[in-house]
Design a protein around this ligand. Sequence first.
Ligand code: CUA
Length: 160
Amino acid sequence: MNMHIHKFEKIWLIFGVATLLVFLSVVGVSAFYLGNQPPSCLATINPEKVDTTAPFDQPGLKKVKGKEWDYELVFVASAFQYNPGEVEVPLGAKVKVLATTKDVVHGFSVAGTNINMMLEPGYISEFTTTFDKTGEFLILCNEYCGAGHHMMTSKIKVVE
Ligand code: CUA
């Protein structure tokens, strides 16, 4: 009789330990995969070395070859400006926009479009889009970043 109880206790103990291990590995794995990265950010960057890290050492529009997009448009945000402060993009161009910040969290929203990103120090935010309408598109900071927040703008001019 005693032996039987002992056996069951052992089974439950093993079951308990196994459950705990499964739980811990699930928590560990998901913490590893999700981290605390914002979902739109795929790559990381040293925010103190933005000016010397490609492609952010050369902000602006660049034609690229052999990629799924025709141009790369690089923006560096800092309090309280974007570099470049204005840029021309040819009509119909498929453009990959890459952006990061040198200091605090900034926003990157393009007025009149659904483009709306958060730029966080240490991360590269990106999106790919085709500019198929001519005109001027204002870029606004929609994350409060300090005294000059409301003055922080840039402009994409889509030209034929
Ligand atoms: Cu930058 Cu608000």
